[in-house]
Design a protein around this ligand. Structure first.
Ligand code: NI
Length: 189
């Protein structure tokens, strides 16, 4: 089932997500719904707060980063993973800029600087504990989604000048003044 995606301005996007347990109600269905919602909106990642749940869960599938016939040096084509109760243990390496967007903030894309490598502990959808190191674009998408479960948005990382420049557009998004191809839920005003 496709779920409405919560738009910028909704307080749920600012809450720190809570850990969940394996008996969280309808967890497998929720994960499937999140993937379906993400694919429908052509996203590569979606975090639970973006569908209105303040829990530490996000899903990622970077397949669409790679065009057909394009080299897939980073192994993005088969990177599909569920992250439950994730904790970033370490961030390392040089900061690099990448043009990020967010399904909760349609039509705004900005360069964001983040470190190149992370070590993360999490549980997969079957609640197997995992600890892994990710770098490059995989790390990038994880860092973005991880921010969501910490109540942080990519626009928080922008310079004061960039923030001022997009202020009006952000305010329009929270008022629902935009055309978007997928179902969204706008904060009550
Ligand atoms: Ni996002």
């Amino acid at each position: 089932m496709i779920l409405p995606i919560v738009a910028y301005g909704d307080p749920v996007l600012r809450k720190k997500g809570e850990d969940i347990t394996a008996d969280y109600p309808d967890l497998q269905q929720l994960i499937d719904d999140m993937f379906e919602t993400m694919y429908n909106a052509s996203g590569v990642g979606l975090a639970a707060p973006q569908i209105g749940r303040s829990i530490r869960l996000f899903v990622i599938d970077t397949t669409s980063f790679v065009e057909e016939n394009e080299e897939d040096e980073e192994g993005l084509k088969d990177f599909k993973e569920v992250f439950i109760n994730a904790r970033i243990l370490e961030e390392e390496g040089k900061e690099w800029a990448f043009n990020e967007g967010c399904l909760s903030i349609p039509d705004i894309r900005e360069d964001v600087s983040r470190q190149e490598e992370i070590r993360i502990e999490y549980y997969d959808r079957d609640f197997n504990r995992k600890e892994a190191v990710f770098s490059g674009l995989k790390a990038r998408v994880i860092q973005h989604e991880y921010d969501h479960i910490e109540g942080i948005l990519f626009t928080d990382h922008l310079s004061p000048l960039r923030k001022r420049m997009i202020k009006g557009r952000l305010s329009n998004i929270s008022k629902g003044k935009l055309n978007v191809a997928y179902k969204m839920r706008f904060p009550k005003i």
